[in-house]
Design a protein around this ligand. Structure first.
Ligand code: MRU
Length: 353
């Protein structure tokens, strides 16, 4: 059983329980979200993070949005409350498309429900939204497992695998994407070694991925981000596998800052580079990676390290949270539907059709 990063507790009147990922691995603390505003804050500050996870959490955020309304309120009040919550949730993080995908899906479903049942009580709309959020959660669990099953063949017995950031159960409702590939290979009894970039500035690799792999009994070694090239040169890495936050229709993929550099290093060393992501990570409105919005995060994440100032006062800081790996440097994209080898616009369109 995988770590459950997100859990809805109760029925429509319930709450969202999150593992507070800001505190891992030192402290395992659950965060209870009962207000939309509180959930928006949790997403912004990375208490809950990872592309699929924030999509699922946002869908449940719309369930929270209807809790505050008077039982006598009508459906139009319900739709207005959903729109307000959606604005708050959509403003949290701009790069991971799963967030917008989930919000759009639930919103459309709410409007369809109201059009089909104009005289329904608000409670019925609430139940409908709850069922939608639950469906997104359950689908994510299935998709994660299938991604792992479709990708495990890329892990050869005895291999050294490099991953970046965290694309595991902490980043999803299910068992993750890139790490799901490792979990499935492990389940098959394959022995392999995973190297995890620490992933500066927020250390999702060292803090979260190493912790998850350790829990699963997978051989894991943490390295600093600047060590990857040297490990490749030494022949310790046979494949790179990461997740993605948004994929353009030509196959260019945005993921945690540092992923692009790894793709160049992998190409130089002749090492295959895989992206594992659900098909909801493709943004059909974006044709190429250069058009993917890249989140800029606070300067303090770079100028301070675990609470200690590490750059002089007044030093300029640049802190993009993501970068884009070009399709030409991706050996394959692994989704729940299968594998797109050497992705390009034509193959992506066929895969998603
Ligand atoms: O800023 P984060 O921690 O949300 O970034 C997460 C990543 O970049 C993951 O690799 C990505 O979301 C894929 S998660 C399955």
């Amino acid at each position: 059983m995988f770590i459950q990063a997100i859990k809805w507790v109760g029925d429509t009147g319930g709450f969202l329980e999150l593992i507070d990922q800001r505190q891992l691995p030192g402290k395992f603390v659950k965060l209870r979200c009962s207000e939309v505003e509180q959930l928006c804050q949790a997403i912004k500050t990375l208490a809950v993070r990872g592309a699929p996870a924030i999509g699922v959490a946002a869908a449940y955020g719309l369930v929270l949005a209807l809790q505050k309304l008077d039982a006598a309120a009508d459906l139009q009040h319900g739709l207005a409350a959903l729109a307000e919550a959606q604005d708050c949730l959509a403003a949290t993080r701009p790069t991971a498309v799963n967030l917008f995908w989930a919000l759009t899906r639930v919103k459309k479903s709410a409007h369809d429900f109201v059009a089909a049942h104009p005289a329904a009580k608000l409670e019925k709309l609430h139940q409908h939204i709850f069922a939608q959020a639950d469906a997104i959660y359950r689908e994510d669990v299935q998709m994660c497992r299938r991604i792992g099953q479709n990708g495990e063949k890329f892990i050869k017995p005895g291999a050294g695998i490099l991953t970046h950031c965290n694309a595991g159960a902490l980043a999803a409702a299910g068992q993750g994407t890139a790490l799901s590939v490792m979990f499935e290979a492990h389940k098959k009894g394959k022995k392999f070694k995973v190297y995890v970039d620490e992933t500066r500035p927020l250390l999702q690799g060292a803090r979260l991925t190493a912790w998850e792999l350790q829990q699963a009994g997978i051989d894991v070694t943490v390295i600093c981000d600047n060590m990857a090239g040297w490990l490749m040169k030494q022949g310790k890495i046979n494949a790179v596998i990461t997740g993605a936050d948004r994929i353009a229709t030509n196959g260019d993929a945005a993921n945690k800052i540092g992923t692009y550099s790894l793709s160049i290093l992998a190409r130089e060393h002749g090492i295959p580079f895989y992206i594992a992501a659900p098909s909801s990570t493709f943004d059909l409105a974006i044709k190429k990676g250069a058009d993917i919005p890249i989140e800029q995060r606070p300067a303090e994440e770079v100028s301070r390290f675990v609470g200690t100032q590490i750059a002089p006062d007044g030093a300029a800081v640049y802190n993009p949270a993501f970068d884009v790996t070009e399709a030409k440097d991706i050996s394959a994209i692994i989704t729940e539907r299968g594998v797109i080898e050497k992705p390009n616009a034509r193959k992506v369109a066929r895969h998603l059709a």
